[in-house]
Design a protein around this ligand. Structure first.
Ligand code: DGP
Length: 123
């Protein structure tokens, strides 16, 4: 998939659209999800142009990867969900249910989150 620079998170990175910022540095920006699915629902995105988790893991530099994941840990600390527990989710592609084509990590917590995935029968 080719990176689309008009996607909503690219526009947030360029400050064309506002967000409720949690933290930011050279490698990442973290902000609250506009449609929270739990009492705590944050998104962490890399500053670079990566379409999804696979693109990021294959093509980002080591510094970008370390910077991003250290940022995820920083955000978990800021949100205060480490002791109570939380879930990190990266939806990837069509079957993964990804809506925004800029790599992002969801951090959810603040309540028990239930099963990892819903069970859907094909029959
Ligand atoms: P995903 O399905 O994994 O691509 O999740 C995309 C998430 O992005 C979804 O939970 C809603 C959130 N989102 C979409 N547009 C905006 C926006 O303009 N601002 C913020 N803060 N979140 C958004």
């Amino acid at each position: 998939m080719t990176y689309d620079p008009s996607n909503i998170f690219a526009r947030i990175l360029r400050s064309e659209i506002p967000c409720k910022k949690i933290a930011e540095d050279t490698y990442f920006l973290a902000f609250h999800d506009v449609s929270p699915r739990a009492p705590v629902h944050a998104l962490v995105i890399p500053k670079g142009a990566f379409t999804d988790a696979h693109d990021f893991h294959k093509n980002a530099t080591s510094a970008e990867i370390v910077g991003f994941y250290k940022g995820v840990a920083q955000v978990v600390d800021i949100l205060g969900v480490h002791n109570s527990g939380f879930r990190q989710i990266c939806n990837c592609g069509v079957n993964g249910g990804q809506e925004v084509p800029h790599y992002h990590m969801h951090i959810l917590g603040g309540r028990k989150l239930g099963p990892m995935v819903s069970v859907v029968s094909d029959e």
